[in-house]
Design a protein around this ligand. Structure first.
Ligand SMILES: [Zn+2]
Length: 322
């Protein structure tokens, strides 16, 4: 039985799909099952043997989890070197050595190259699980050496029902809006609700609109924003720019991501050219990638740059050309 599992398990598995689809939960269930002394039907761990208990506690000697270190945005080549030494030793307790890497797309180029060497000659009885929400950002050489599993977004009806059951009634939030704003993954949408991202977003958007009306100082806004994580605001900026391009092309308000502020966007769109909106969208997306990918990025400059671009969209100077 055990030898059959060893033969059947792929060396590397890639779990891909939008954030919030349960990829990490799937990976930890799989890793637990591989360490379990009494695997259950359906491929689950028993939950009570010492292998299961150590995995649940995150302290199983045969498992290694690689993520960006605290305060860092990327998985470094040093971490992959540590992985190499980890894999050089035989499994101490379970049949398999297991590795989880997420977000796999955050490996530096050097890290990805080192991992590739491991994937090219995988040690026996080892299962690497790579998790990514940005499949195409992973080098094709890595992707092609993994068995790939895609977590497709749920049909929105199913996702709405799932989310509705988990939202406490006191939150008074519309599941559809949450799903739209968080990019479609139900777990991510739930996180949005629980971490109060929506009121952060509301403040941020209000500030953006005040900025466009000349009622708020740009540097005041930057100062306030820097107290929080920048990933979400940069994402919101790119969805706003996308929505304004839709409005500029005559798309109905009900197809917008930010439907709740459709009227404010409609007013602003009249003051912006296609060209300016395209530039804004490109810059927001690009800044978000930069912010995600770099260790020593200057958040203040990044934010100032995008807000200046936002202001330029609505400034008077290009009116005569529209
Ligand atoms: Zn068990």
């Amino acid at each position: 039985m055990a030898s059959q599992i060893v033969k059947r398990m792929p060396h590397a598995i890639l779990l891909a799909g939008p954030v919030g689809m349960g990829k990490r939960a799937f990976a930890s269930n799989l890793i637990q099952a591989l360490s379990c002394e009494y695997p259950q039907k359906g491929g689950y761990g028993c939950g009570s043997c010492s292998g299961c208990r150590l995995q649940c506690a995150g302290s199983h000697p045969d498992n290694m989890t690689l993520s960006p270190k605290e305060g860092k945005q990327t998985i470094s080549v040093n971490q992959i070197r540590q992985l190499q030494s980890h894999l050089a030793l035989k499994a101490r307790q379970s049949l398999f050595k297991t590795v989880a890497i997420f977000p796999a797309e955050e490996m530096t180029l050097n890290a990805a190259n080192s991992l590739l060497k491991i994937l090219e000659e995988p040690p026996s009885k080892t299962v690497l699980v790579l998790i990514t929400s940005a499949f195409l950002q992973l080098p094709i050489t890595i992707r092609s050496r993994c068995q790939q599993f895609f977590f497709a977004p749920l049909k929105s009806q199913e996702a709405q029902v799932w989310l509705q059951q988990r939202l406490s009634s006191s939150m008074d939030l519309d599941p559809m809006t949450l799903l739209m704003l968080s990019g479609g993954g139900p777990l991510r949408a739930l996180e949005y609700a629980e971490q109060d991202f929506l009121s952060y977003r509301k403040d941020f958007l209000n500030n953006l609109f005040s900025l466009a009306q000349g009622e708020l100082d740009l540097f005041e806004m930057v100062k306030n924003c820097l107290k929080n994580d920048l990933g979400e605001p940069l994402y919101w900026m790119s969805t706003l720019a996308g929505d304004m391009l839709r409005l500029r092309s005559g798309v109905s308000k009900r197809f917008l991501v930010n439907r709740d502020v459709a009227d404010s966007l409609q007013l602003l769109v009249r003051r912006a050219t296609f060209e300016m909106l395209f530039t804004l969208q490109k810059k927001a997306t690009c800044n978000r990638e930069m912010w995600k990918g770099q260790i020593n990025i200057n958040s203040q400059l990044l934010l100032e740059g995008i807000l200046i671009q936002w202001l330029m969209c609505f400034s008077e100077s290009h009116h005569e050309h529209t």
